[in-house]
Design a protein around this ligand. Structure first.
Ligand code: C5P
Length: 460
């Protein structure tokens, strides 16, 4: 908080001088949440500010930002891999609020507020939204009302790895604040989206994390499976929701789901991935997907992946009218896209196993913005949870985007962020991320070389 307070004073000075601040953030749920927290806190303090979301902070993006000549650049959820370049481009006039791993000597730089610099594991204990929330709190205590966005961002980055799928570390502090102002309720239940609002089979089919082969994305098959098991899904002609099932019915449902999750998962693993802490946003309408913090994060992610970051930011800033209608349409389009890609992958032609690395060749059917989602989805499925998944797609004419994720049953200790950073730099690209999730962009002509280096590092 002392460092956040120093950073807030720096921002207050820039504001008082009437200078223009731009918040530059990443397009995923944690990016949109953290950028919105920072922007909201600045705007309500009277700063002249704007917010912009980008898929990657690469050299091209940096040049474009520089050309716009803002007075001050506040980077959220990105920038930690580019500190020397940012210093060169902006001198003292930038601040990074982030949770991606960085060289320890850079963590204490005055321009960096990074979770790793304060003893937190940025991959599991502190999202960028939580870091941005700490900065917002240092700016003004009234920003405590932004704490739910910290929770949403952390869930978007799958930082609910504590016991019973709970948030831990610094994220927990943000959660405690959200609970203390009455904005969030914590209960224990199934983690499927639409727990209170959708028919049971729909809630299961619409949830992609974890990905249950045969059920996720397949509403009719899910309905058939549950009806076949004798679960009473309707009451007086009306579909029942998960929250209406009795304890015995939930137990029975779990048994059905465990069968689908395959032998590798086992009952205990299935239970621990399907049931856990549920975070309900009490100020949101209970009939919307914003009521459940995980579903809120999925909605933001869809906005980012569908190239509608403005819609995501508008929702974070409180728009519950047109933006929400747009976002709900985007979520459904996003699911359709994911389903299509998964169906193409079912044939197996586009997937190549290199030892325990599963490479997905998405050049002609996966969009650049979707690689992260597809990679996450595959790594959370029972079939690949002991693998490292590496998805690739075209990025413009000359580059290839890679997204990698580790399944949670991957047997070896590896740090994907470091591996992708080193491999990308070796072939003239840029890469980085967390130990379990990382990305890279490399020249198209050197994609195979890049893959070989990554496979070598993972298997070696
Ligand atoms: O792009 P993708 O979703 O696969 O990225 C996974 C994680 O790695 C994200 O948290 C992203 O911000 C991070 N990343 C990074 N540096 C890159 C590319 C991705 O830190 N060059």
């Amino acid at each position: 908080m002392a460092r956040a307070s120093d950073a807030s004073k720096q921002l207050a000075k820039v504001r008082n001088e009437g200078k223009r601040i731009v918040v530059v953030t990443h397009i995923d749920a944690d990016g949109l949440s953290s950028g919105s927290v920072a922007f909201h806190a600045l705007a309500r303090s009277g700063a002249i500010s704007s917010v912009r979301a980008i898929p990657d902070l690469d050299h091209r993006a940096l040049e474009s930002l520089k050309a716009d000549r803002f007075d001050f650049y506040l980077f959220t959820d990105l920038g930690s891999g580019m500190i020397p370049e940012l210093e060169k481009a902006f001198g003292e006039n930038f601040l990074i609020v982030d949770h991606h791993q960085l060289p320890p000597e850079q963590a204490s730089s005055p321009n960096v507020l990074n979770a790793w610099g304060f003893g937190y594991d940025g991959g599991t204990e502190a999202s960028s939204s939580t870091m941005a929330y700490m900065l917002a709190l240092a700016l003004d205590d009234k920003n405590r009302d932004l704490s739910p966005l910290a929770v949403i961002g952390a869930l978007g980055d799958r930082q609910d790895g504590g016991e019973g799928r709970s948030l831990t570390g610094l994220n927990r502090k943000a959660l405690d604040d959200a609970v203390s102002i009455g904005a969030v309720d914590v209960t224990k239940d199934f983690l499927f989206h639409g727990r209170e609002t959708r028919p049971v089979h729909e809630a299961i089919a619409l949830t992609y994390a974890p990905f249950i082969q045969g059920l996720s994305g397949a509403r009719d098959s899910t309905l058939a499976a549950l009806s076949g098991a004798g679960l009473p899904l309707k009451e007086r002609g009306r579909w029942r929701s998960l929250s209406e099932l009795s304890t015995e019915e939930k137990q029975k449902l779990l048994e059905v789901l465990t069968v689908y999750m395959g032998s590798a998962a086992g009952a205990d693993a299935a239970i621990s991935s399907l049931i856990g802490e549920v975070y309900s946003l009490r100020f949101e309408d209970s009939l919307t997907p914003l009521r459940d913090a995980r579903e809120f994060a999925t909605l933001l992610n869809a906005c980012g992946r569908m190239d509608a970051t403005d819609v995501g930011v508008a929702i974070c800033l409180g728009d519950r009218g047109a933006a929400l209608t747009d976002a709900m349409r985007l979520v459904s389009e996003y699911r359709t896209k994911l389903n299509k890609a998964i169906q193409t992958l079912q044939s197996g032609e586009k997937m190549m196993a290199h030892g325990n690395v599963m490479v997905v060749i998405g050049d002609d059917f996966i969009e650049e913005r979707m690689t992260g989602s597809i990679s996450s989805l595959l790594a959370s499925s029972d079939r690949y949870r002991d693998k490292m998944v590496l998805v690739r797609a075209r990025s413009g004419e000359t580059e290839i985007k890679f997204s990698s994720r580790l399944g949670d049953a991957f047997a070896k200790e590896v740090n994907l962020g470091l591996i992708l950073k080193e491999a990308a730099e070796k072939v003239g690209g840029v890469g980085g991320g967390h130990s379990m999730a990382a990305g890279a962009k490399v020249p198209a002509a050197r994609k195979d070389e890049f893959t070989a280096v990554v496979v070598g590092k993972i298997s070696g």
